[in-house]
Design a protein around this ligand. Structure first.
Ligand SMILES: *Cc1c(COP(=O)(O)O)cnc(C)c1O
Length: 391
């Protein structure tokens, strides 16, 4: 109890009244893309562990090994205490795989986006003119807000609209930045990176690409879309917490950019270095992922089959082209009901509602994993047919 609880209770009450109060549900992760929830085993379509690496013995083993060798914690920030060889080695390995000059580790993708953007906007000639896709992640908004920068938003993946907005601002002073993602977390669609890099070059704009849902899954050797256009994305960030199976994040770019961030990025300077156990898991994933083309092909087959099956059932999957497949219901209550019915049938898929997605586009966000079998997807298609509200 605290003297301030009444304030918290009141806010929670407002959320509950709007049907938006959220609670944590205890789950236990299992193999083969399953979880245990309330004592029942469910096929899990809610995780971003797209390659099933979180349970891979090589990640677990190297994590153990590096913790035994170097300890449970890194002890301080890297500028204060010095940097472990393991941090530098992992960064060099990642940079080589991304086709970038250098890379820098962060505690999380959220922390990277929230703290790298203000540092970037502070370099060079102000003001920063920030052109952002309307659907970018909350952490990118947070970074812009922390910098006191107002975004100029373009319609989702509409590069004609981006060009129009750039043209309207032609002649205004300041450096241009373009913020977007390679794969969008709630829609599962992809940016046209070839065209986007050409636009950024033509307008001399700094291109910032969030590869959270692409790292491990898309691009040459699974190293993200930016790996296909080396040197043309000014900054690619990504996480090790999704397809890479563990935790932490990275930023990749030029040597000068990385050296600048080491000096100027608050979320790097004032935070403790990632611990050895996490570094070990990242290092093992970086060894495995480039060779996982068969798993990536399996994942593509599963998502193609799911989209086709849902389309046959008359369920809209938007522009999904990846392992993330939105199954649109429309109204919030319908999406919640569909999720409940699937769960009763042994399938876990989360209902996503406004404000996370636009009004009227409430959906189940289905996240596939290479750990799933074809039979799992067939079961999901059959269950969705039966569970869907009348259309
Ligand atoms: C998950 C996510 C992040 C945050 O990454 P974490 O490592 O989980 O903090 C950033 N951007 C996007 C697009 C994401 O989906």
């Amino acid at each position: 109890m605290s003297r301030f609880d009444a304030d918290f209770e009141e806010a929670l009450g407002r959320a509950a009244a709007a049907n938006r109060r959220r609670v944590l549900r205890p789950i236990e992760p299992l193999d083969r893309g399953r979880v245990r929830l309330d004592g029942r085993e469910l096929i899990d379509f809610s995780s971003n562990d797209y390659l099933g690496l979180s349970r891979h013995p090589a990640l677990i083993e190297r994590s153990r090994e590096w913790a035994s060798r170097w300890g449970a914690g890194a002890g301080a920030s890297r500028l204060v205490r010095g940097t472990f060889e393991a941090h530098a080695d992992v960064e060099a390995k990642l940079a080589a795989l991304k086709g970038a000059q250098a890379s820098l580790l962060f505690a999380s993708g959220w922390q990277a986006n929230a703290s790298v953007l203000p540092a970037l906007f502070a370099a060079g000639e102000p003001p920063a003119l920030v052109f952002a896709d309307r659907l970018v992640h909350a952490s990118l908004h947070h970074g812009c807000q922390a910098a006191g920068v107002r975004q100029i938003r373009f319609r989702h993946n509409d590069l004609d609209h981006l060009e129009r907005l750039l043209t309207e601002r032609e002649g205004e002073p300041g450096r241009r930045f373009i913020l977007t993602e390679s794969v969008f977390s709630m829609d599962g669609d992809q940016v046209d990176l070839e065209r986007l890099t050409a636009i950024a070059e033509r307008w001399d704009a700094f291109l910032y690409l969030d590869e959270a849902h692409a790292t491990g899954v898309m691009g040459p050797r699974g190293m993200g879309l930016s790996a296909a256009v080396p040197g043309r994305v000014d900054l690619a960030m990504g996480t090790f917490s999704k397809a890479m199976g563990s935790f932490g994040a990275y930023v990749a770019g030029s040597r000068a950019l990385i050296d600048y961030l080491i000096n100027a990025c608050s979320g790097f300077v004032f935070t403790t270095a990632p611990p050895p156990a996490v570094l070990g898991a990242i290092d093992a994933a970086l060894d495995l992922v480039p060779g996982m083309d068969a798993e990536r092909a399996h994942l593509r087959r599963l998502s193609g089959r799911l989209r086709a099956g849902l389309a046959e059932a008359g369920i809209d999957t938007l522009a999904s082209a990846t392992q993330i497949v939105p199954a649109v219901v429309g109204e919030e209550a319908g999406a919640l009901e569909a999720a409940r019915r699937l769960e009763a049938g042994g399938l876990l898929a989360v209902a996503i509602r406004p404000p996370t997605v636009p009004k009227g586009s409430s959906r189940l966000r289905i996240a596939l994993s290479a750990a799933h079998a074809e039979a799992d997807v067939e079961q999901l298609i059959a269950a969705a047919r039966a569970a869907w509200p009348a259309r």
